[in-house]
Design a protein around this ligand. Structure first.
Ligand SMILES: NC(=O)c1ccc[n+]([C@@H]2O[C@H](COP(=O)([O-])OP(=O)(O)OC[C@H]3O[C@@H](n4cnc5c(N)ncnc54)[C@H](O)[C@@H]3O)[C@@H](O)[C@H]2O)c1
Length: 423
């Protein structure tokens, strides 16, 4: 079993650290956020992720998982240093590598000979070179091992991945990284760093394309009187297309797709290719957010000024507490800018959000509302008492941006209902 230092203990780093400890490795997770580290040392999990609490507790109890502040105490005797720090969108759309470079500069002088540095952050082609330079160590191999987990099922995805991608110039370093995943039944693709880095961006860009495509088809369905649910079902049974990522909604968001699609456009541009298709995917997504906001305004009679709008769902997807680049927040901003009073509920209990009232009960959210907007696909919204909702609202209007609620049951109760891609 190996000694692994994980630098950056966020959604990816914490999952990576907890899962590697579960696989039997000796893991130390590092962060610069002292409060986060103190909480993790006590076994408190700072994010909502199914099964993560059990794995962290198991790792702490077995002594295979530790949390520390600062890389200095973590990498001195490690076999592998995994970089799991943020790569946010830079001012020109490209990925900002400053966190990666800073972390690499910090650990460079401390790494033992023979250690392998692994990039798990999503980074553009050429980043292994950037890390090599920042490390300042010609004896240390840098390997790309991108992560494909989905928030909300991160532990499951890490331990049951569709594939493991390893990009390395140095084949012995690639084999070492592959050995960390022993016991995980998944195809392993060993390739060069540029291909590994491109696989990650291309995969995210393709998934975003699928969502934008189905949202565009949903707009056509609305115009021609077709039902997107049946259209997507009929398309999805074609095994070349598949059912996944064919659900229309308010547009994609989250911490990855927005920055990764723009970074891919930029990577292509820098390499002399105009990725017009992907630019279109981004435009369709921007328009989809606007379309959903406009549906809510329409439902409110053409203006939301001074009106109460109830929102169910704030996170960018269900089963996570992640609000980063959430379509819900974008749509809410739009409504608030037009004078709406927004009262929102989300099962992840996100705490206060500026400009709106966040309540801890879905029924409190709809009280006195003229429109209910369902913006995240939390399963629990399906089973709420619609009679109670009808009684509490001042007008019976629902915009269901996830096609989640029972349309017939709402219509029976006198609701005006607007989904996505179905009349
Ligand atoms: N979130 C996802 O679903 C997902 C999936 C696949 C890939 N990724 C990629 O993984 C990377 C990390 O994403 P995330 O969502 O885990 O980010 P995050 O913001 O949740 O976590 C990053 C952590 O790194 C810490 N950090 C920053 N600089 C540091 C340093 N010098 N030393 C130690 N810790 C440091 C931060 O305090 C934070 O806790 C990004 O490149 C992202 O694109 C994310």
């Amino acid at each position: 079993m190996s000694k692994i230092a994980v630098i950056g203990t966020g959604y990816v780093g914490l999952t990576t650290g907890a899962c590697f400890a579960h696989l039997g490795h000796d893991v130390v997770c590092v962060d610069i956020d002292e409060d986060k580290v103190a909480r993790l040392q006590r076994g408190e999990i700072p994010i909502l992720e199914a099964g993560l609490d059990n794995l962290v507790r198991e790792g702490l109890q077995d002594g295979r998982l530790r949390f520390v502040v600062g890389a200095a105490t973590a990498v001195g005797d490690c076999d592998f240093a995994y970089l799991c720090v943020p790569t946010p969108q830079g001012a020109d759309g490209s990925a900002d590598l400053s966190y990666i470079e800073e972390a690499a500069r910090e650990i460079g002088p401390l790494l033992p000979a023979e250690a392998v540095v692994v990039n798990k952050s999503t980074v553009p082609v050429g980043s292994t070179r950037v890390v090599e330079r920042a490390l300042g160590r010609s004896d240390i191999a840098v390997v790309s091992n991108p992560e494909f987990l989905r928030e909300g099922s991160a532990i499951h995805d890490f331990l049951n991945p569709d594939r493991i991608v390893i990009g390395a110039e140095d084949q012995s370093a690639a084999v070492k990284v592959q050995s960390l995943y022993m016991g995980i039944p998944a195809p392993v693709i060993v390739t060069d760093p540029a291909s590994a880095e491109t696989i990650k961006y291309a995969a995210n860009a393709f998934l975003a394309t699928k969502i934008s495509f189905i949202n565009a088809v949903a707009a056509v369905c609305e115009a021609v009187g077709a039902d997107i649910k049946d259209v997507a079902l009929g398309m999805g049974y074609d095994t070349r297309i598949g059912h996944e990522f064919l659900k229309p909604g308010p547009g994609w968001g989250g911490s990855c797709f927005p920055k990764d699609t723009r970074a891919m456009v930029r990577i292509a541009e820098d390499a002399g290719y105009d990725f017009d298709l992907l630019k279109g995917v981004v435009t369709v997504n921007d328009e989809q957010l606007q379309r959903v906001a406009a549906k809510i305004v329409d439902m409110a009679g053409g203006s939301v000024n001074g009106k109460r709008i109830a929102v169910w769902g704030l996170t960018f997807k269900a089963r996570t507490d992640d609000l980063r680049e959430s379509p819900s927040l974008f749509i809410i901003d739009h409504l608030v800018a037009q004078g709406a009073e927004v009262r929102a509920f989300d099962p992840s209990a996100p705490g206060p959000i500026e400009g709106i009232e966040v309540v801890d009960d879905p029924f409190a959210a709809v009280e006195g509302a003229e429109v209910l907007a369902v913006l995240t696909e939390w399963d629990e919204f399906r089973w709420l008492d619609l009679d109670k909702v009808a009684d509490l609202m001042v007008a019976r209007n629902v915009v269901d941006a996830r096609n989640l609620l029972d349309r017939a049951a709402l219509v029976r109760r006198g609701f005006e209902y607007q989904g996505i891609g179905r009349n």
